[in-house]
Design a binder for this molecule. Structure first.
Ligand SMILES: Nc1ncnc2c1ncn2[C@@H]1O[C@H](COP(=O)(O)OP(=O)(O)OP(=O)(O)O)[C@@H](O)[C@H]1O
Ligand SMILES: [Mg+2]
Length: 366
């Protein structure tokens, strides 16, 4: 099982009446990628995936598998496997028969069907459950059957549409790890659809962030999280604290920016930022970037903002605070490992300190 394809999408578009579900998508999904389409509900993820599978016909553009156009090839001849959110198992067939179905359809000898089916079941850790019916399995086990049934036919491309969304939180995390393991073992090019940013960040080699039918940014999880190119991406992936401001001073490797609230911030200079006094910037500080200290404590951070704790939520591994800073603006602050620190009370005055490297700058107008 080590066929893996490269997929190229060129100017791909699809309308449903007036609704432009997918607009001008250009992407290359490389061999062995675990590639994720990430975006809010209705942004066109499923439509894009179904066009790659062949279930939906594009109005515009080209789909290439290993350089060969597949636009006119029906789904069953594209050699792709798709796992749906609903699993779509056959209730009257056993686990073994569900998985073996695609092989039997191909008229393979019985011994080959037996061997391949058992191998696929072992890959998803379902040995011993061959005789059960889907109704006698947990959600996670049903999900594994759906995956084994898709993998057994050794497709050159694995398409997964929110396959973990019906599982509870713990199982979802366990299945994520399983999926990554199986995908890496097989080296199969996989395209995954989700609106869950954490899932996208943990699973993917690369992510395409989608909004209203468009791909708005493509990159590794680290690039997408640490260097979002627009407010939209920063806002959708992770939690953000935005400040808009303008450059008041240019230093050798830093810019000093005054925000609308009158807060002065030091920002790392980057080649892609507009330079010059008066240039407008949007700044983003992630909640985990702040250190929190008493207002009187001397701080070594380059940036320091004073504020008052307004709300706190204890989540065990971290505490989430909302701190009101000047101009009445509320900033989200996460304090990890709260066991080691004393908790802050609502109404308490604090200083937030953070490095200039933790300020993500987004040029305005993008
Ligand atoms: N068969 C259809 N007929 C008409 N409109 C459709 C059809 N399928 C999708 N749409 C519309 O196209 C847009 C994109 O839908 P799509 O299912 O691709 O979104 P999605 O990103 O998968 O959303 P979700 O996360 O909710 O599954 C939506 O506005 C949707 O209402
Ligand atoms: Mg969908």
């Amino acid at each position: 099982m080590n066929k893996a394809s490269e997929v190229r999408l060129i100017n791909l578009g699809k309308k449903f009446g007036e609704v432009e579900a997918v607009k001008d998508v250009n992407l290359t999904i490389e061999r062995g990628d675990f590639f994720t389409f990430l975006g809010p509900s209705g942004c066109g993820k499923t439509t894009l995936l179904r066009m790659i599978a062949g279930f939906t016909r594009p109005d515009q553009g080209t789909i290439l598998f290993d350089g060969v156009e597949v636009n006119d090839i029906p789904p069953w001849k594209r050699d792709v496997g798709m796992v749906f959110q609903s699993y779509a198992l056959w209730p009257h067939l056993s686990v073994f028969e569900n998985v073996a179905f695609g092989l039997k359809e191909r008229n393979l000898p019985k011994a080959v069907v037996q061997e391949k089916t058992l191998r696929a079941l072992s890959m998803v850790n379902l040995e011993g459950l061959e005789r059960r019916r889907p109704s006698e399995l947990s959600g996670g086990q049903q999900q594994r059957v759906a995956l084994a049934r898709t993998l057994v036919i050794e497709p050159r491309l694995l398409l997964l549409d929110e396959p973990l969304s019906n599982l509870d939180a713990k199982l979802r995390i366990q299945m994520r790890q399983e999926l990554v393991r199986i995908q890496r073992d097989l080296g199969i090019t996989s395209i995954y659809v989700t609106h869950d940013q954490e899932e996208a960040l943990t699973l993917s080699t690369r992510i395409a962030v989608m909004s209203k039918g468009h791909v708005v940014q493509v990159g590794s999880p680290k690039e997408i999280y640490e260097n979002p190119k627009s407010q939209e991406v920063a806002d959708f992936v992770g939690t953000s604290n935005f400040f808009s401001g303008s450059v008041v001073e240019e230093l050798k490797d830093k810019l000093r920016v005054r925000t609308e609230e009158g807060v002065m911030l030091a920002v790392e200079r980057q080649p892609e930022l507009p330079l010059g006094i008066g240039s407008n910037l949007l700044l983003n500080i992630r909640p985990e970037s702040f250190r929190i200290s008493d207002a009187d404590e001397v701080s070594s951070g380059e940036n320091r903002v004073e504020g008052v704790v307004k709300t706190s939520a204890y989540l065990g591994s971290l505490v989430q605070y909302e701190v009101e800073v000047s101009g009445g603006k509320r900033v989200k602050v996460n304090l990890v490992n709260p066991r080691k620190k004393s908790l802050l009370r609502e109404g308490e005055r604090v200083s937030l300190t953070f490095s200039s490297e933790d300020v993500i700058a987004i040029p305005f107008g993008r």
